[in-house]
Design a protein around this ligand. Structure first.
Ligand code: F0G
Length: 460
């Protein structure tokens, strides 16, 4: 990767969307009304929105033009065939089911394959995937390598699966209770960390030996491929298309949230080469998503997805994209703010256990940081810690906390400039200066699944 100062953004701006910073008094009011949960803040009240990189990409002129080419036929839209052709070429999967977004694909895959008592193994399942596995009576099992949980340890592929633990699980539970292994590329929950080709190959070899299927959660496959090219021996001279194709060759299929690396605002897909699985999944797809060739999307959305998938594998784009994430990371390091290193593909993750060592997870320290960041500069980030991944034990009523307590600054694709990143870095630096006065939050309302979306808090 070239230094950020050696080049400029590989695009020019054709349309702009004004944003504004509400006054401090207004930000205080907004936060109170939102129950100190940034999911409840109207986006008009946000200055720089780093809540997610999902569905927030700026589409290209070519994608916008594609919208006009939407064929809105209920069955057999030409845009579906374009998408299918693109997925066949890039992923090597013959059968494609479009879905309304990633979780729609997860739902049809888990409905088809997971039965009560099953264990779905993976590096780290995303929260919606965990939700779907649990709703079908299964247990999501995270087997990421030890370094994946160590925010300060530098390792090039912190999304890798610990193959010893994988083998241990297979020996203990047997293939009958393991419907599939799910490799999330990149691994969102611990920092957008990549998985190496060597690890993918090895996991796939073990899985095949035991007759277990492998799927990718391919939301950020192109970012993963870029890291393989940058960091793994033997891949520097391969194209992103070649690397992606090799990655997918080790899997039986994938689910994908197209809202990330297909550079669209809505959409998802399920793909496989297994005809029988496609037919079974397709039955559920029809019930939950829509007919096989549209899956809850308009024809125009399918077209934008097909075009986005081809754009995202452009290396110059990926260098700029991942370079911007690294740039924000380096600014935070300069300010002495502890982050997951090295930075991953789609955002910078602040390690709140190191940032606020005086606060236990029971007072939701990452949630507190998010509120401070909004108050400071109208910046919206997301909590990936006690609120998102903790839960209340049904039997004992006790809180179960995740290993990591993170604030994620997710960067939308092609949306903000480095000057926006500078504002974010300065805001966090200001929060850092008064961090000893941060007391944490009390949870006053929670839903039974995916509680962080609707939870309400009060400051302590
Ligand atoms: N898998 C991963 C790795 C994800 O990051 C997400 C969504 C999904 C699946 C679900 O996809 O939202 O299209 O239904 N991640 C978003 C985020 C919400 O902010 O990280 P979806």
């Amino acid at each position: 990767m070239r230094a950020r100062s050696e080049y400029a953004e590989p695009y020019r701006i054709k349309v702009v969307e004004p944003i504004r910073l509400p006054s401090r008094a207004r930000r205080e009011e907004v936060l109170r009304e939102a129950g100190y949960n940034v999911f409840n803040i109207p986006s008009q009240e946000v200055y720089i929105d780093l809540l997610t990189d999902s569905g927030t990409s700026a589409m290209s002129d070519n994608q916008w033009a594609g919208l006009m080419m939407g064929d809105e036929a209920y069955a057999g839209s030409r845009n579906f065939f374009h998408l299918q052709e693109t997925v066949r070429e890039l992923f090597g999967f013959r059968y494609v089911l479009p879905t309304h977004q990633g979780r729609g694909a997860e739902n049809i895959l888990t409905t088809t394959l997971v039965k009560p008592g099953d264990r779905v193994l993976g590096n780290m399942h995303f929260d919606t995937t965990e939700g779907h596995i649990r709703l079908k009576g299964g247990e999501p099992v995270n087997l990421v390598i030890r370094e994946g949980y160590e925010t300060a340890t530098r390792h090039p592929f912190k999304g890798n699966i610990d193959t010893e633990r994988l083998l241990g699980e297979i020996r203990r539970y047997g293939r009958e209770r393991i419907p599939f292994i799910n490799i999330t590329v990149t691994c969102n929950s611990n920092g957008g960390q990549p998985v190496s080709m060597a690890n993918i190959r090895e996991v796939s070899r073990i899985a095949r030996e035991h007759g277990i299927r492998v799927f990718f959660d391919a939301a950020r496959f192109a970012e993963n491929a870029y890291f393989i090219k940058e960091r793994e021996e033997g891949y520097a001279h391969k194209t992103i298309a070649e690397i992606s194709r090799e990655m997918f060759s080790y899997a039986d299929g994938c689910t994908m949230s197209a809202k990330k690396d297909a550079l669209v605002n809505i959409g998802g897909l399920f793909a496989t080469n297994d005809e029988d699985l496609y037919r079974k999944a397709g039955q559920w797809g029809i019930v939950y998503e829509g007919f096989l060739t549209y899956g809850g999307l308009a024809g125009r959305d399918l077209e934008a997805m097909a075009r986005g998938l081809r754009e995202v594998i452009d290396e110059t784009y990926l260098e700029d994209r991942i370079g911007q994430v690294a740039y924000l990371g380096s600014r935070l390091i300069e300010e002495g703010i502890p982050i997951i290193e090295p930075t991953g593909g789609h955002g910078v993750y602040v390690d709140v256990k190191r940032f606020l060592p005086h606060l236990p997870q029971s007072v939701f320290p990452a949630q507190a940081v998010i509120c401070e960041l909004y108050l400071e500069a109208g910046v919206r980030a997301v909590e990936l810690g006690a609120a998102a991944f903790g839960r209340t034990d049904e039997k004992t009523g006790e809180q179960i906390f995740p290993k990591l307590e993170l604030v994620r600054l997710a960067i939308p694709r092609r949306v903000y400039t480095d000057r926006h990143m500078d504002v974010v870095a300065r805001a966090l630096a200001a929060v850092a200066k008064r961090k000893d006065r941060i007391r944490g939050m009390k949870l006053v309302y929670e839903a039974p699944v995916l509680r962080h979306f609707t939870a309400r808090f009060e400051p302590l």
